[in-house]
Design a binder for this molecule. Structure first.
Ligand SMILES: [Zn+2]
Length: 441
């Protein structure tokens, strides 16, 4: 049974392999002299500047990664090779260039996508040009054939594999409102993902477009991998129904969860900062993102069982998502507590998502996997660490430090005396001031 009249698409497939390099982007934490071990170019080198063969000029050292990418998405070796050894060259060649500009879809938008966590990670990889299509594999010298394994006629870029290959385009048209075909098949990679996140472009069978889109790209890529790695013969009709069933399952699961929450009652609870047990210290941490300046920071405050200030910290991070800032706050707090000799600590954070990632771990391709791995390693040292969630009303001191981090020099800074702005929050902690919070019971 053919449910939809199949018509040739209006716009021919455009050959957009990878978004062009950004023109205005500044990634402060991804430069050659970057000292933050979380965001280095290469996992094996602490700072790229320490591994150079010839000292590059200052302007090269201060260029973000995006300036070293060619228009086709590969490394621009003419700018890199004059300064690095063959070993460093090979290490850089083994990783994909990071494409991260203002147009790219940030994780803070993707993590709310109504699909399974593994599909969210996959969408993030697509948006950052990191899925291993044959075109990318050719750049990395993993293959000598960049052609599409489905049609064998065109280079397999991300957009060709996920949207433009003829049989895949026909599949999409079964889910799309025909009036949207033109736009759907003409956008470049980042615009395409952002547009599908924002706009409902589905027909009658696609009740939730975000879910349908996420599930479809995931299945299209899985199906492509079956062709490549298991010589599977593609059957687009089966794929259509697999997508349909998974969308229905995802929406049903979401609806059930929604019903459970709406049946629970809501009530105001009075929330305030609570001191730790007598033998412990408590560190509150938080992250902040400042949309206007495209920068982020994190910070924290450590107090004892009597509510006395011990130290505070702030870390201006440059451009990143809120979840990244929250996780950085947790890692900074733990590392500082460890370095200062505390061995029995409670760390409080108001990001349930960050705590979930730490508790459950992440897949290797998750954008936060490196940070989460460092945090879990740190927790597993020989000390007593409790990680707890608090409502933001009990986390105001850390929130203030995260906001103040914007105005301190870049990098992690620790303070032995509280900032003037912190005094009123510290004294309200001492006097157990409570604030109302609407809770689901
Ligand atoms: Zn193809």
């Amino acid at each position: 049974m053919e449910m939809i009249c199949r018509t040739k698409k209006l716009t021919p497939a455009l050959n957009h392999s990878v978004p062009p390099p950004p023109t205005t982007h500044v990634v402060a934490y991804k430069r050659w002299n970057n000292a933050d071990s979380m965001d280095i170019w290469l996992p094996t080198y602490a700072k790229l500047i320490d591994s150079v063969r010839n000292q590059p000029p200052e302007n090269i050292v201060n260029m973000p990664v995006s300036c070293f990418i060619t228009s086709s998405g590969g490394w621009d070796w003419s700018k890199i090779d004059p300064y690095v050894s063959t070993d460093v060259h090979n290490s850089i060649a083994a990783i994909l260039p990071t494409i991260n500009d203002r147009r790219s879809v940030s994780w803070s938008k993707i993590w709310k996508w109504p699909v399974h966590e593994r599909i969210r990670s996959f969408i993030w990889l697509i948006a950052h040009g990191k899925i291993l299509t044959n075109s990318h594999r050719l750049h990395r010298k993993l293959t000598d054939n960049a052609m599409c394994p489905r049609c064998g006629r065109e280079e397999e870029t991300a957009l060709h594999a996920l949207r433009d290959c003829d049989s895949v385009a026909d599949l999409w048209m079964r889910f799309l409102n025909p009036q949207r075909w033109n736009a759907f098949f003409s956008l470049d990679l980042c615009e395409w993902i952002e547009w599908n996140r924002r706009v409902h472009v589905g027909n009658d069978i696609s009740e939730n477009w975000q879910t349908t889109f996420g599930v479809a790209v995931w299945h299209i890529w899985k199906n492509r991998n079956l062709i490549v790695f298991e010589n599977h013969i593609p059957n687009m009709h089966d794929l259509f129904f697999q997508i349909l069933y998974m969308v229905k399952d995802t929406l049903l699961c979401k609806e059930t969860m929604g019903n459970m929450i709406s049946k629970s009652s809501k009530a105001f609870r009075m929330i305030g900062w609570k001191p730790p047990d007598r033998e412990k210290v408590k560190c509150n941490v938080d992250g902040s993102v400042f949309e206007s300046t495209n920068t982020a920071g994190c910070g924290g405050v450590v107090r004892d069982a009597s509510g006395n200030f011990i130290f505070s910290f702030g870390h201006r991070l440059g451009s990143c998502d809120i979840i990244w800032a929250e996780l950085n706050g947790i890692l900074d707090g733990l590392e500082l507590l460890w370095c200062k000799g505390f061995r029995s600590v409670t760390l409080e954070c108001d990001s349930e998502e960050a705590l979930e990632l730490i508790k459950n771990g992440t897949a290797d391709n998750h954008p936060c996997s490196g940070l989460v791995h460092c945090i879990r390693d740190c927790i597993n040292r020989c000390w007593n660490v409790d990680l707890q969630h608090v409502y933001r009303e009990a986390n105001r001191a850390a929130d203030l430090m995260a906001k103040l981090s914007l105005f301190i020099p870049e990098g992690l800074q620790s303070f032995d005396a509280p900032h003037a702005e912190l005094w009123s929050i510290l004294s309200s902690g001492l006097s157990s001031l409570l604030l109302p919070h609407l809770c689901v019971c």
